[in-house]
Ligand binder design. Sequence first.
Ligand code: UD1
Length: 363
Amino acid sequence: MLRVKILHVVGARPNFMKVAPVHRALAARGVSQTIVHTGQHYDAVMSDGILRELGLPEPDVNLGVGSGSHAQQTGQVMVAMEEHLSRTPPDLLLVYGDVNSTMAATLVAAKLGVPVGHVEAGLRSGDRTMPEEINRLVTDRLSRWLLTPSADGDANLLAEGADPASIRRVGNVMIDTLQRLLPVADGGEELRRFDLLSGTGPKPFVLVTLHRPSNVDDPAVLARLMAALERIARQAPVIFPVHPRTRERIARFSIPHERTVLSEPLTYLPFLGLQRHAAVVVTDSGGIQEETTFLGIPCLTMRANTERPVTVTIGTNQLLGNDTDRLQREVSRVLEGNGKKGAIPELWDGRAAERIADLLTQT
Ligand code: UD1
């Protein structure tokens, strides 16, 4: 069985932290592996820098797909993947998360008869206006192995009629990476760079990431969010590493910002280093809802729903929709020392990838 050939497909920033531990665990078991990078994210920071920090080998193939509309991006990944898979079919394709590259690769593999394993299966926001929800539904429907991070994932899949034998609750691979790299992400350099140190340690500060179309594509919504951050910045420093899509919108809509510190997007280790010291995190990311839950840091999510409900029921996360008044109130509450407390969900223990590797090499 160790002669099995596994192909990993990754494309966008949140995929990289998920493939890294699985690749390591399979390598330790002598499995032959190939990594295809679709090129959905291509910036030095959004892609190469993060790959290096995670200790992943250079992807074997880069499909160079880049940005475009959803159909363009999905279609281009499909055409290139079909060519690659037809030439060198693996025994199993592993895909991660919910980005366009994940769904596109899965569609092609399913039609070529290549079995697919979906890492982070079963998550549902119930919100089909989000492209990621469509990607999750399609990917899970076509996957042979549904590798879930938490019990809600199993329940969602069973409710949709998935074969129970294909569902395996393995835990959260993103947390594997966080646990491995936390000791080297002390944040010292970033705290100095953003002037966040006082005599006694880090000052209380607010860390922000926003990039979802629902928050950044409408000028009025983005302006309201930025205005709230400006008000919050009177109370505590606000550090906002800006995704390229958000930066483009802030410039195009001429949205004012004086006090909020906008920086370029950060790679994994500097961002984790800041996150662990933040008083509170404001975000619309999926992965950051999980990381803050693990770190025990209050998280205010500017979305109406989440595909990661355990971060709310068990963890430190709160969903605020687009309520910027509440955002300000909740930030004040945290700064007064009354932030939401939480616990770490079951199987977020740093061993999810080991469980995946055991499963794939023993069956
Ligand atoms: C994608 C994922 C999203 C994930 C996010 C993390 C989908 C549908 N969305 O969204 O789930 O949370 O990645 O970042 O797959 N751009 C650059 N450089 C890059 C990549 C993108 O400048 O390396 C800019 C381009 O202007 C592009 C825009 O960002 O048009 C959006 O990129 P895209 O890959 O379409 O989606 P993301 O918003 O990054």
